[in-house]
Design a protein around this ligand. Structure first.
Ligand SMILES: CC(C)[C@H](C(=O)O)[C@@H](O)C(=O)O
Ligand code: SF4
Length: 470
């Protein structure tokens, strides 16, 4: 009898080239995505060793982190980023790597662009020097982020060295309540289990709630696998996956499509497959989530109060919670609802796809951004931007007083010209709320697109369930 295996196990086994000993394996890489903020050194290394890129046709470059997202932006709009952006252009052209740069209609945040172009299909190994690479796992791929030295290794050999992770299965059962979406599920999971719970694991998300979820929602969940401590997060492919991929630029076509489908259908986890750890989440009890502290695990339902560190038994964790509250400028037991904000940011590889913008627009339509609040929408890719404009969403946001931007990482992290000012409080759809993440002494609250839109129009952290929707 063939031993039942998980999708992770199947992808792993079909990509191992050699066991190197000491638990380390050499794996074949199907897709390598590179971005401007983390590839320069790798190309320098190649040059020093007089090596070339082994498979430029399997390597794709994007400029996203450092670029300005201001309307009409050029490479010069953010002078501090110019050097890295032009270096990226030089490196890609020298090595024959396709680059989606600012002038390209396919530009955007790498983890939005790669699935959108059909570059990612089930069963692939996908790597990139960026921690949110697991986003691509939503398509049934094994996708993970690594460091710059690994970039050089993959560029030179199209292989990567890795220790085999353990397998974790998270089952989302029950039903989603009103205004509860993928972002709330993943924040809730991280809050309940902790930011290290998936450390050393490749995660498979499954269950009826995942099966009923759109590809974009699945990407949001897989995106935050790293905030849950995981190496990778993935979802077995189904008709939703195949429909999403069909017809995309780089997706298999014609006879190749049928052959690919036949192969993808063999990938799902076998019924009796064993996992090293299992977690079950009852989605029926989840309210819209908002973070109160400085890790994505510092999160509660919008109808709850900020926890009191005094009640935390472990002295290290108690001190961390106290420090988080001090940094974020809030008090124990304070209700989250009603806390005034300065900035609302809708964007990032977690929540900047068309359905995210639609969910936000449904709240914003017919309302105005609250006085004193700076609000911006940054589509995840130029193609998302165009699609949103075709639906008139840009008009909804602009009429309300939002900025409507070009694609890029923008205010998700403070390494471009968008920053949250010191002491300001920002409601953000991104994935990280660490100290100084959005700029020195910035304060970040993570939430879903609908919840951030609700805060933008009311000026305070708001229970989106209480607002009428367009
Ligand atoms: C700059 C990049 C390497 C980094 C990452 O790895 O995630 C960034 O995308 C982030 O979100 O902090
Ligand atoms: S949007 Fe944010 S989290 Fe995503 S790749 Fe860019 S900086 Fe990293």
């Amino acid at each position: 009898m063939i031993q039942p295996r998980s999708i992770f196990e199947k992808i792993w086994n079909s990509h191992v080239i050699r066991e190197m000993g000491d638990g380390v394996f050499l794996l074949y890489v199907d897709r390598h995505i590179i971005q401007e903020s983390a590839s320069g050194q790798a190309f320098d290394g190649l040059r020093r060793a007089s090596r070339s890129v082994r498979r430029p046709d399997l390597t794709f470059g994007v400029t996203d982190h450092i670029v300005s997202t201001r309307p009409g932006r050029t490479v010069d709009s953010n002078p501090e980023g110019r050097e890295l952006i032009t270096l990226m252009e030089r490196n890609c052209s020298e090595h024959g790597i396709e680059l989606f740069d600012l002038a390209d209609a396919r530009q955007g945040i790498e983890h939005v662009v790669a699935p959108e172009l059909g570059l990612i299909t089930p069963g692939m190994t996908v790597v990139c020097a960026d921690s949110h690479t697991p986003t691509n796992g939503a398509l049934g791929a094994y996708a993970w982020g690594f460091g710059t030295s690994d970039v050089e290794h993959v560029l030179a050999t199209q292989t990567v060295l890795q220790r085999k992770p353990k397998a974790l299965r998270v089952t989302f059962a029950g039903r989603l309540g009103k205004d509860v979406c993928a972002k709330d599920l993943i924040l809730y999971l991280i809050g309940k289990e902790g930011t290290q719970a998936a450390r050393g694991y490749a995660i498979e998300y499954c269950g009826p709630v995942i099966r009923a979820m759109s590809m974009e929602g699945r990407m949001t969940i897989c995106n935050m696998s790293i905030e849950f401590g995981g190496r990778a997060g993935m979802i077995g492919p189904d008709d939703t996956t195949y429909e999403y991929i069909a017809g995309r630029d780089y997706a298999p076509k014609g006879a190749h499509w049928q052959a690919a489908l036949d192969q993808w259908r063999t990938l799902n986890t076998d019924e009796q497959a064993l996992f090293d750890k299992e977690i079950r989440v009852n989605c029926s009890e989840i309210a819209p989530q908002v973070t109160w502290g400085t890790t994505p695990g510092d999160v509660v339902g919008i109808d709850e109060n900020i926890p009191d560190p005094v009640l935390i038994g472990d002295p290290v964790r108690r001190a961390m919670a106290e420090q988080a509250l001090h940094y974020i400028g809030l008090k124990p037991n304070q209700p989250l609802e009603g806390i005034p904000i300065n900035v609302a940011f809708i964007g990032s590889c977690t929540n900047s796809r068309l359905s995210d913008l639609q969910a936000a627009a449904a709240i914003v339509k017919g309302r105005k951004v609250a006085k004193g609040v700076r609000a911006l929408v940054v589509p995840g890719s130029t193609s998302v931007k165009r699609a949103a404009e075709a639906l008139g969403l840009n008009k909804v946001f602009l009429d309300a007083g939002f900025d409507w931007r070009e694609a890029g990482c923008s205010m998700c992290l403070g390494i471009n010209d968008d920053q949250v000012a010191p002491g300001e409080r920002c409601m953000a759809t991104s994935n990280r709320n660490f100290e100084h993440r959005q700029g020195p002494n910035s304060r970040t609250h993570l939430a879903s697109p609908a919840s951030v839109a609700a805060a933008a129009v009311t000026g305070v952290i708001t229970d989106v369930r209480k607002l009428a929707h367009a």
